[in-house]
Design a protein around this ligand. Structure first.
Ligand SMILES: [Zn+2]
Length: 79
């Protein structure tokens, strides 16, 4: 986790935070002038439009996609 975070910080100017149980996650962008500096937080107890709990898979998919989504959405394509 610590190593992953360090690698993440090297790749981009943002911080992805996940709690120990994988129940909650958020992505904070630290780029100056970012129009949308916080993605999430998301939680496994969030519900979808059918009011079903999204569960940990939802949190995990957020963790996987948040940075790329944010960068492409607010900072142009940056691959
Ligand atoms: Zn940003």
């Amino acid at each position: 986790m610590t190593t992953d975070l360090a690698q993440l910080l090297q790749r981009t100017v943002g911080v992805l935070t996940v709690d120990m149980e994988g129940e909650r996650a958020k992505y904070e962008c630290l780029r100056p002038g970012c129009p949308h500096p916080l993605e999430g937080p998301v939680c496994s107890t969030d519900t979808d439009k059918n009011r079903k709990r999204r569960g940990r898979a939802w949190v995990a998919s957020f963790v996987e996609r948040a940075r790329d989504y944010h960068v492409s959405q607010y900072h142009g394509s940056n691959r």
